[in-house]
Design a protein around this ligand. Structure first.
Ligand code: ZN
Ligand code: ZN
Ligand code: ZN
Length: 126
């Protein structure tokens, strides 16, 4: 984890991500952390973790920023080609395992895509 200095707050944020099967917004994270960690601390920790290649962020519905753990990113570079999904019913946001195949369009050199998918998760379909 590079130069990241471990603090109690940081450990708690990381644990929350590890135990969550969903991506989390800063507000969702705050609700799960112990009292006494304020919002600006949470934002600072999230920034640091993202800089260090530990978590990545993306925008979900309503331009809400969500964060999720990275698999194999480093502080030098984030490498992602997975789509994100938000359930229209329960609103949960998850990283999908599938690689998203970049389209080749004419003579353009497409390097990355941010794919955001919406629909119904397994427990919301009936
Ligand atoms: Zn990453
Ligand atoms: Zn759902
Ligand atoms: Zn993701």
């Amino acid at each position: 984890m590079g130069v990241l200095r471990k603090t109690k707050n940081l450990e708690e944020v990381l644990e929350t991500f590890r135990h969550s099967r969903q991506a989390l917004s800063a507000n969702m994270l705050l609700e799960q952390l112990s009292e006494g960690i304020n919002k600006s601390t949470v934002y600072r920790l999230l920034d640091r973790l993202e800089d260090d290649g530990v978590i990545h962020s993306f925008l979900a519905a309503n331009h809400t920023k969500f964060y999720a753990l990275c698999q194999s990113c480093t502080s030098d570079k984030h490498v992602h080609s997975h789509p994100h999904f938000q359930c229209l019913s329960c609103n949960q946001v998850v990283c999908l395992e599938e690689e998203f195949k970049l389209p080749s369009i004419n003579d353009m050199n497409i390097l990355e895509a941010e794919v955001f998918l919406k629909g119904y998760c397994a427990s919301c379909q009936f």
